[in-house]
Design a binder for this molecule. Structure first.
Ligand SMILES: [Zn+2]
Ligand SMILES: [Zn+2]
Ligand SMILES: [Zn+2]
Ligand SMILES: [Zn+2]
Ligand SMILES: [Zn+2]
Ligand SMILES: [Zn+2]
Length: 497
């Protein structure tokens, strides 16, 4: 509801956006914006690139100016916005003080023929005078500028006092009876203006329908892109969560690995320490026995009688031999005490590093961009059925050699789908179904290159599969219109799903 109000007020905005006054000689620009003729001229004089001040749309080809005498000619070639001019005039009339043109009291009605405002008494008189008895007088309070503009009588542009009642289709002009008998005597099919207006009304309403349909389609396409963006957002969020989860897992594994290695190392150290201490205790114990026997032997040598020495020697001989014998075994204990070594496989580490770097690659799925599509609007019945060559070309369209065609000219820089399929000059499929590209009116045909570098053909919104592989990017879709394919529309981009 709010949109409709905004649109209707924008449709009937009677103020020029350059001079901020009511339009004077409004001119209709190619972008459908409106400017006063003199405002447009002064804008072009200081902005020779000739772009609309409101939307930067092209007003005219700047080269046009040098070909002609000046901007005046270019501006005069633009159509007058007749409807806007009438609306401006009505707005101007209605914005005046509502004062009776006859007696200067408050006006209540307006004569659509004279554009004069009148009080009740004067308007009663106005409709009684024979000269103005046929004038249409309307209530002023409920009159809108649009209604006033639409109810103005049509006057002949040549004979300004005469009403326009006829239409000449040959000259595309509304004319009076005088014009008809003077200048349009030989013109066929003169019709009543009202009938021509009915036709125009119908045509205008069809235009509104078509424009609205296209507008809706574009809106749908934009909405589809927005949905696509939202979906992408969601995929990204999920991907980020997945990344966090996977990396947390990996981090935990690395932490666990670190903990386990340290634990194993400390365990090994504890074992080594235990062994060392046990062996040390045994050795110390043994050394004690050696030392005490040595002391006994020393004491006996220094302080014994011969007999005593012989007795002690006999008593100690076997014992000392035993002790010395065990020495060998004790030294063997030492061999059991060894260092431990920690081995971390460097090759395994670099293998894991490499695997990590390859883990999780970001890919853009082919469904992210829809096919580039056209619709066959009109076929020329003079031609028999034939192919519509299409595909992709690697050359920037700005640098494409035209009117050469893909089949004779730049085919070596293109993947061409015609009777067969050619990838940069090489036949890659000789067996394409003839029905595939012999198209009837209303058919939609499109091409799309996926991230796998495969060219897909689309007919009526469905994917006909891979037509060619190893298609380089960037590339540009083309449709070669010739012969039978007289008129097509480029469809707005849509999400293929
Ligand atoms: Zn202006
Ligand atoms: Zn514009
Ligand atoms: Zn009056
Ligand atoms: Zn009148
Ligand atoms: Zn006339
Ligand atoms: Zn004519």
């Amino acid at each position: 509801m709010a949109t409709a109000t905004a649109a209707s007020s924008a449709d009937s905005d009677t103020e020029c956006s350059v001079c901020h006054e009511l339009f004077k000689n409004p001119k209709l620009l190619p972008c459908a914006h409106v400017l006063c003729r003199h405002c447009l001229l002064s804008w072009l004089a200081s902005n020779p690139e000739a772009l609309c001040p409101l939307c930067r749309g092209a007003i005219a080809d700047p080269k046009e100016k040098s070909k002609t005498k000046g901007w005046e000619e270019v501006v005069d070639a633009l159509p007058d916005d007749v409807a806007m001019a009438a609306l401006v005039e009505s707005t101007r009339v209605l914005s005046q003080d509502h004062v009776c043109v006859g007696c200067k009291s408050a006006a209540v009605s307006i004569c659509l023929n004279c554009n004069d405002m009148m009080c009740q008494a004067c308007s009663d008189l106005h409709t009684k005078f024979s000269v103005s008895s046929h004038h249409k007088v309307e209530d002023l309070s409920s009159m809108t500028a649009e209604e006033l503009a639409a109810s103005q009588p049509d006057h002949c542009s040549v004979h300004t006092s005469k009403p326009c009642e006829l239409f000449c289709p040959t000259h595309g002009a509304a004319i009076c009876h005088l014009c008809a008998s003077a200048k349009h005597r030989a013109c066929p099919d003169l019709t009543k203006l009202a009938e021509a207006a009915d036709k125009s009304r119908e045509e205008l309403s069809q235009m509104v329908t078509s424009l609205l349909t296209e507008e809706q389609q574009l809106e749908e396409a934009v909405a589809a892109l927005e949905r696509h963006l939202e979906a992408t957002e969601k995929v990204v969020q999920e991907a980020v969560a997945e990344i966090d989860m996977t990396c947390d897992k990996l981090e935990n594994s690395v932490k666990e690995f670190r903990r386990r290695l340290k634990e194993m190392t400390l365990d090994a150290k504890a074992k080594v320490k235990d062994t060392v201490l046990t062996v040390k205790v045994t050795l110390l114990d043994h050394r004690g026995r050696l030392t005490s026997h040595r002391r006994v032997v020393n004491r006996t040598t220094r302080g014994s009688t011969n007999k005593g020495m012989c007795d002690v020697t006999r008593a100690l001989r076997d014992r000392v031999k035993d002790i010395l014998d065990t020495c060998g075994q004790r030294r063997a204990h030492l061999k059991a005490v060894s260092m431990f070594t920690l081995i971390i496989d460097a090759a395994a580490v670099s293998r894991i590093e490499k695997e990590l770097s390859e883990l999780g690659q970001v890919k853009i799925s082919p469904a992210s961009v829809g096919p580039v599509q056209i619709r066959i609007d009109q076929l020329d019945p003079r031609y028999s059925s034939c192919y519509l060559p299409c595909g992709v070309v690697l050359t920037d369209p700005d640098h494409l050699r035209l009117p050469d065609t893909a089949c004779s000219g730049w085919g070596r820089e293109a993947v061409v789908i015609s009777g067969a399929v050619f990838n940069r000059g090489h036949t890659v499929n000789n067996n394409l179904n003839k029905a595939t590209l012999d198209l009837s009116e209303g058919t939609r045909v499109g091409v799309m290159v996926t991230t796998k570098a495969e060219l897909h053909l689309w007919v009526n919104g469905s994917d006909r599969g891979v037509i060619a592989t190893i298609v380089p990017t960037p590339c540009f879709a083309f449709f070669e219109l010739r012969g039978r394919y007289q008129q097509v529309s480029v469809l707005p981009p849509t999400h293929p799903s």
